[in-house]
Design a protein around this ligand. Structure first.
Ligand code: NAI
Length: 346
């Protein structure tokens, strides 16, 4: 059998390095495209067996139709979230696999890094001491010990974040659409979480249902001075409402690794350009907002796991006929679904 051909979109240097290492036996012919996969670029996938995509590639209906037309058999996401793929449309047309976990520690630790940076004003102190300014004025923070953190989403990342917070002596409350029974986690309603939390951290997937779960109404219910941390997906937060909440001094600080319009800017160097996104520019201009550009996953361990799992997914799909990491489209026929565990979704 000839090598499986993969069209790799939105390729960055660190992706190439980790995938070249993972493909050390040259089992796959991988072509790295710097461009993202979209309706405009999908033709590049012609002649390939699979496309490998990341969080900001746009796999909408048109892209799916073109991939199917070109006989591409697999969409291999090299990430966990899949809100950028029209999964229900892909059902029965093209298979989609993902990397469900590569380093939940990377993301949870980044969330805590952002929180500590924010509450201890490290981002300000770093710039000051670089300029030999050793003044402490304006750098007063607060102890995390004894504060209440509300965790939205208690899956792999959320639970590690909870463990880290426990280490800091924080009180933890959580909301999850599917609470983990017997986990010992103190689950509360979303309204109660908004009301009681000093800090709120998001670790749930983005769905139609929770799009803009942080909006003017929910911000209104939150404690004055609340710190929001979002390492999950940007559109969980209505960015305009966030700006307003900060301007009204209701929100004390925001730590954002994701942003709802990030696909136009994140992962690129715009340091010599005028950024057109006024909301993002406003957020970045605020002293109590820290933005990192979807960096939470970026550790050596995570990159190695992403490359290994992605290539394993591709291999299982083409050589064994299915991959255990296929995204199961939860169709209306769940009751009658006789799909065996770890077999194809259709
Ligand atoms: P997971 O699947 O292990 O956990 C997600 C949890 O969210 C589950 O417990 C699920 O029941 C819960 N959930 C589902 N719908 C919900 C809703 N509407 N409201 C509240 N909870 C809900 O996922 P994992 O690995 O913990 O990842 C969480 C999210 O982190 C991913 O969906 C992804 O968006 C984001 N992520 C961000 C990265 C980054 O670099 N910034 C990297 C990896 C993941």
């Amino acid at each position: 059998m000839s090598n499986i051909r993969i069209a790799f979109f939105d390729a960055k240097d660190y992706d190439r390095d980790s995938f070249i290492k993972a493909n050390n036996k040259n089992e796959y012919d991988i072509t790295y495209f710097e461009t993202r996969l979209s309706e405009d670029t999908v033709r590049l996938a012609d002649g390939y067996d699979a496309v490998c995509v990341f969080v900001n590639d746009d796999i909408n209906k048109e892209v799916i139709d073109k991939l199917v037309e070109m006989n591409v058999k697999l969409i291999a996401l090299r990430c966990a979230g899949y809100n950028n793929v029209d999964i229900s449309y892909a059902y029965e047309k093209i298979h989609v696999v993902r990397v469900p976990a590569y380093s939940p520690y990377a993301v949870a630790e980044h969330a805590m890094a952002l929180l500590l940076t924010s509450v201890r004003r490290i981002h300000k102190a770093y710039i000051r001491t670089k300029d030999f300014n050793f003044s402490l004025n304006g750098l007063t923070g607060f102890d995390l010990h004894g504060k209440t953190v509300g965790v939205v989403g208690t899956g792999k990342i959320g639970r590690i974040f909870i463990d880290i917070c426990r280490g800091f002596g924080m009180n933890i409350i959580a909301y999850d659409k599917f609470p983990a029974e017997g986990s010992g986690i103190d689950y509360v309603s979303l309204d109660e979480l908004w009301k009681r939390s000093d800090i709120i951290s998001f670790h749930c997937p983005l769905t139609d249902e929770n799009h803009h779960m942080v909006n003017a109404d929910s911000i209104d219910k939150m404690k004055k001075g609340v710190v929001l941390i979002n390492t999950s997906r940007g559109a969980l937060i209505d960015a305009e409402a966030l700006v307003e909440g900060i301007k009204q001094r209701k929100i004390g600080a925001a730590c954002l690794d994701v942003y709802e319009e990030e696909s136009n800017v994140f992962f690129h160097d715009y340091s010599n350009h005028i950024v057109n996104d006024d909301i993002l520019a406003r957020l970045i201009s605020m002293p109590n907002v820290i933005v990192t550009s979807h960096q939470a996953f970026l550790t050596q361990e995570a990159l190695a796991n992403i490359a290994d799992t992605t290539l394993d997914n591709v291999k299982s799909f083409f050589k064994e006929g299915f991959s255990g990491n296929e995204i199961c489209y939860k169709c209306d026929r769940l009751d009658s679904c006789n799909q065996e565990h770890k077999k194809k979704c259709f």
